[in-house]
Unconditional design. Sequence first.
Length: 261
Amino acid sequence: MSKKRVLITGGASGLGAAMAAAFRARGDDVLVADLTEVPDGIRLDVTSDDDWAAALAWVEENWGGLDILVNNAGIATGGRIDVVSLDEWRKVIDINLLGVVRGCRTFTPMLKAQGSGHILNTASLAGLVHPPAMSSYTAVKAGVVALSETLSYELHPHGIDVTALCPGFIKTPLAQSLAGSDAAMDAIAARLINKSPYTAEQVAAAVLKGLDRKAMVILPDPAARKAVWTKRFARPLYDREQRKFGARIKSITEGQSGAGA
């Protein structure tokens, strides 16, 4: 397999760092683009058009092209619809959805000119199944899945593949970015992330396999695949489980409210 030139946003930690290590381990050239600068990396704020232009200029000057763009940068968020502010909605849309859009818009002309390339957009299982009290997160991740599917058909005639990565909860530092106005839901989400049996390294290994077979959607862990299967083929069970989760959230949050009264 020939060496690939790979750019990974949000590649300084967590899943992004694990993917960077996996690509490097098989001999690929990797550029990490992150708010936190690392050796052999560049600073990139995915909400900044100027930073994206600088990333494109770096790739053009140093590599003369790109084989794989990994739009991975994102934040964890969520919360009840009547608690999360519109400013929080705007922030997660700008980072988790429009950050991906900016990456695709920036590098698509280069990939079209090459007649080749692969775009991997990190979505989430939350883009395919939609638990309660996570509307800001599920909405943007569903948007990333939809964007990826649309682009996979749009860019296929140009020799460009597009994949959506949809992992479930992974044990990563992502929980540290939970700082929304719905503290009760942040605590629940943090517990689910920290209790996950799946590591970023396991997901990264599944990513490389999925990219090699040009999968449109990568569901890297068994729990994610089970959830999607249940929604598709056992919808009454899926609905019951989500409503039970909603009832549990109601009980937890009302209990906390009462305790503080």
